[in-house]
Ligand binder design. Structure first.
Ligand code: ASP
Length: 344
């Protein structure tokens, strides 16, 4: 490991950074300048670790786009001063934030590692120490040429390092809370941290790092289910508030074959809505050519999200729509992998 490596530890909130207040036994965020004291294991790394704390600290259920914009700007302003960034974040929306940051940070050649925990760092059985120590090691890991081993936005949790825009929270209580069913882990942490080198993205590093912070969040999500009413489908697909709607379909991208459903989809397309088909299944891909119910969506002009996660589809739309008012451009870009979020 490079003895001069330096990391910025960014604390946004979440369970990891909370500590039981002996006065009333409630969980309260603690001051992260004390981190070395809380996690003495970090001192064993020959690293310079600085910290930055967001105020107010938030439960990640309260994350708003402004946090993503602030994170991107913070990373940009400190980019040249650090070899990597570790973001401490609540688990509830970590997959959304990691997906979003992956689309906002372009030409990234340094690691941006999200982590958190299921139990506060002060608890005897905490998973926070292991998650933090592994994240720090990964964020500072270099290859023999001195380049970052994992120049990606990722999530480090339990024993897995996952691509951020492929990750989903799949366990509300277990320590292995995240998985990326459609993409192999970028690394696994056992006795050693074993990097899955062929699966780690290596961008074109000749271009300077840049951030894109304009987001258009006018996206609705329609999860189809047996018994869904025509009115609910109308309200979601035709509502004035959205520019795009993600249709969470069944299996390989199938929705309801009843004429009323396809009519509303066609009507939404005529109104100019960008419609994206993402499967409700955690694993696998949308293929609208397989069944008649999928084909009718394709014919109506619904775009295939293929094997993208809902979290990633949402943030990709936020980013693309923020970049351009041109819907044809958004649709064209959406269908192609930008940051490794779709299998090619
Ligand atoms: N509600 C918390 C949060 O997302 C849960 C956690 O951090 O695990 O901030």
């Amino acid at each position: 490991m490079n003895a001069k490596a330096s990391l910025l530890l960014i604390y946004t909130g979440g369970t990891i950074g909370m500590k039981k207040d002996p006065a009333d036994q409630t969980l309260k965020p603690f001051d992260f300048s004390q981190i070395m004291e809380e996690v003495p294991e970090l001192a064993k790394f020959a690293l310079k670790i600085d910290s930055y704390t967001f105020t107010p600290l938030i439960d990640s259920s309260d994350v708003e786009p402004s946090l993503w914009q602030d994170l991107a700007k913070l990373i940009k302003s400190r980019y040249d001063s650090y070899d990597g960034f570790v973001i401490l974040h609540g688990t509830d929306t970590m997959a959304y934030s990691a997906s979003m940051l992956s689309f906002m940070l372009h030409n990234l050649d340094k690691p941006v590692v999200f982590t958190g925990s299921q139990l506060p760092i002060g608890e005897p059985r905490t998973d926070g120490k292991e998650n933090l120590v592994s994240s720090v090691e990964i964020a500072s890991a270099k290859d023999s040429d001195g380049k970052a081993l994992v120049p990606e936005v990722c999530i480090c949790f339990h024993s897995l390092l996952l691509r951020g825009n492929r990750s989903i929270k799949t366990d509300a209580t277990g320590f292995e809370a995240f998985s990326s069913p459609n993409y192999p882990p970028l690394a696994t942490a056992g006795i050693d941290i074993v990097y899955n080198i062929p699966y780690i993205r290596r961008p074109n590093c000749n271009k300077p790092f840049e951030i894109h912070t304009k987001l258009d969040t006018r996206v609705a999500i329609l999860r189809v289910h047996p018994g869904i009413t025509e009115q609910v489908v109308k309200d979601t697909l035709l509502g004035d508030g959205s520019r795009a709607v993600i249709i969470e379909s069944y299996g390989s991208g199938n929705a309801i074959s009843k004429p009323w459903f396809t009519d509303i989809v066609s009507q939404a397309r005529r109104r100019g809505k960008i419609l994206v088909n993402v499967t409700q299944c955690n694993k696998g891909t949308v293929d609208m050519n397989l069944y008649a119910t999928g084909m009718s969506l394709k014919k109506a002009g619904v775009i295939s999200g293929r094997d993208i996660t809902v979290e990633s589809a949402l943030s990709k739309l936020f980013y693309l729509m923020g970049e351009s008012p041109n819907d044809a451009w958004v649709k064209d870009r959406f269908e192609r992998s930008m940051m490794g979020e779709i299998s090619e």
